[in-house]
Design a protein. Sequence first.
Length: 137
Amino acid sequence: MAITAGITLTSAAGDLVTDALVLSTSTNLTKAGSSTSALTQTSGLARKTTESASQYILFDADDYPSGPAKAGKIYLKNTETTAGLFFTISIDTKTIGRIYAGDFAFLPWSNIDGTNDIKITPSTSASHTLEYMLFYE
């Protein structure tokens, strides 16, 4: 069974560019180096509610298949509604960005030799909730 991911970006004329903008794309989530073999595993959709401003490991790379020929895709969504509450997203020791209230991220992940843990750090010690899921082979 194929898993399809898509995104559509729209903007009215004058917001970003002179004309209206509509960009849309989708893809099937496939194994590394394959255009037809679908990813077959998932962590399942989960939520993490943080209780401090500490760093949390969402996906410990040691728990998933590793090697250069393995593909993974990660879905993250900040379910908060207060604008100032964000999560800093890291892969191992490298910060890749922040997702603010209502934002989501969908990114590729490669688990090389059990490294590249996926980590989050909430912006404050107040309770923050993140929705997340990993698709992998």
